[in-house]
Design a protein around this ligand. Structure first.
Ligand SMILES: [Zn+2]
Length: 444
């Protein structure tokens, strides 16, 4: 019997060779290239193998005879989306304690691959996975990159770094006990090959411990993603030089206090440090009451992809009563503060990125990203082009891979999606992406 690894290897070789000889031409659609200027009408994108070869318009560039011509007439063509805050180790189940006890044996082969596949089919070709067991994170990321399984390209943090793991979470939450220990934990992650460092509860560490974690990460060229739920987490993050902040935070408090706003502006004024990045992750909170009162949406089966029936049933049972979930009891009081906080950040010159916390209770990888875009644009009035760049150009830049992905530019990987209609006018068309191409291969 052929071993599974050998079979995978043969399949991937076959995939690569058929891709390399393949030329595709996306012809006719309106192209948003990710840089932010006026879309290109009647566009042509030539893909050769995994990469984008040429970008232009009908009549100005030649379509090779041997190209597979794919009509994008009537469609918006844009770079594959990024979601900068996902949790592939969870799938919307409402009880974390139960999940963490029950499903870790399935993380590597079932749960995390299913999440990554669901993201991809939603048009998310890249995602930052913030917090999961180390070995599993690396294995799933690499299996996707090697073409063994379908999924969004993952950039993984591995375990959360924090003062103390919550009981029963030691496998994916690493505690820091002293400066040397902090450095040691970061070094271990760096040597294992993570793509960034995720820190939470940094207000519970000593200032020296947190600074050591940040400095050690930077020594290894790893950026630090910092939780910002509590005021002191934000202050510490800004002081220590964290590279990205997560969530609008501050619970039901109405707005960021003045001293924090002053610190943020001090930071955004210093161009030498580059932009200050923030993933507000608002949709889960913003849409909670709607979801609670209109739970039909939860029956959309897009989130079943890759999950065994037993797991689906288990998740369904756990979310049968959206109104009773402890996780969301305070959410109605937080909802009205989200827009204020986002506007404060925008006014201060922060660069916002799309991130969703997908995987948290009732928030599925197949649906979260477009919902975040929808809330930004349709509820908060953020410019749709800004929102799209927050899900394409900026994430690729933050991740240090702007030379390879993030825009539709010759020489970059062909990570491209297309959707029927005008996305700049109706952003929630992204709910149902019609075409997904990742590294030149068509998945949808
Ligand atoms: Zn999160």
């Amino acid at each position: 019997m052929m071993s599974r690894t050998l079979l995978f290897l043969l399949l991937s070789i076959q995939m690569v060779t058929s891709q390399e000889s393949k030329i595709k031409a996306l012809v006719g659609g309106t192209l948003i290239d990710g840089f932010g200027s006026t879309p290109i009408r009647n566009s042509v994108v030539i893909i050769e193998g995994e990469k984008i070869k040429t970008v232009g318009t009908i009549g100005t560039i030649e379509i090779p005879n041997n190209a597979e011509v794919i009509s994008t007439e009537g469609m918006t063509v844009l770079p594959g989306l990024w979601d900068m805050h996902v949790h592939t180790m969870i799938n919307g189940h409402s009880d974390y304690t139960y999940w963490d006890k029950t499903y870790p044996p399935l993380f590597k082969d079932v749960i995390m691959p299913a999440s990554a596949h669901q993201l991809l089919m939603a048009g998310v070709t890249s995602a930052r996975d913030l917090g999961a067991p180390l070995e599993e994170s690396i294995a799933v990321r690499d299996a996707i990159n090697n073409g063994e399984i379908p999924g969004a390209t993952l950039y993984v943090s591995g375990p959360f770094i924090q003062k103390k793991p919550y009981p029963g979470t030691e496998d994916f939450r690493w505690g820091v006990n002293g400066v040397e220990d902090g450095r040691k934990k970061v070094r271990k992650l760096a040597k294992a090959g993570v793509d960034c460092i995720k820190v939470v509860d940094q207000d519970q560490m000593t200032i020296e411990e947190f600074q050591a974690v940040v400095d050690e990460a930077h020594k290894f060229n790893l950026k630090v993603v910092a939780h910002s739920h509590r005021p002191e987490e934000i202050r510490r993050g800004l002081k220590a030089g964290a590279d990205c902040f997560e969530h609008t935070g501050l619970s039901s408090a109405p707005r960021y206090p003045n001293d924090i706003m002053e610190m943020i502006k001090e930071r955004t004024a210093d161009m030498s440090q580059g932009p200050l990045f923030w993933c507000p992750t608002v949709e889960g909170l913003y849409n909670y009451e709607y979801m609670r009162d209109n739970p039909e949406k939860l029956d959309n089966d897009s989130w079943h992809l890759g999950l065994p029936d037993s797991v689906i049933t288990d998740i369904k049972r756990s979310i049968a009563h959206p109104d009773r979930m402890p996780y969301f009891q305070l959410t109605p009081s937080r909802k009205p503060t989200l827009e204020t906080k986002i506007k404060q950040l925008l006014d201060a010159g922060v660069v916002l990125m799309i991130g969703t916390d997908s995987g948290i209770p009732m928030k599925f990888h197949s649906q979260s990203t477009w919902n975040e875009l929808d809330v930004w644009v349709n509820e908060f009035g953020i410019d749709p082009m800004y929102a799209i760049r927050a899900a394409t150009y900026w994430p690729a830049l933050w991740m240090g891979v702007a030379d390879e992905v993030g825009t539709i530019t010759p020489g970059k990987y062909a990570d491209i999606i297309a959707v029927e209609g005008d996305v700049l006018r109706y952003i929630n068309l992204l709910e149902d992406v019609d075409m997904v191409i990742k590294h030149g291969a068509r998945y949808k």
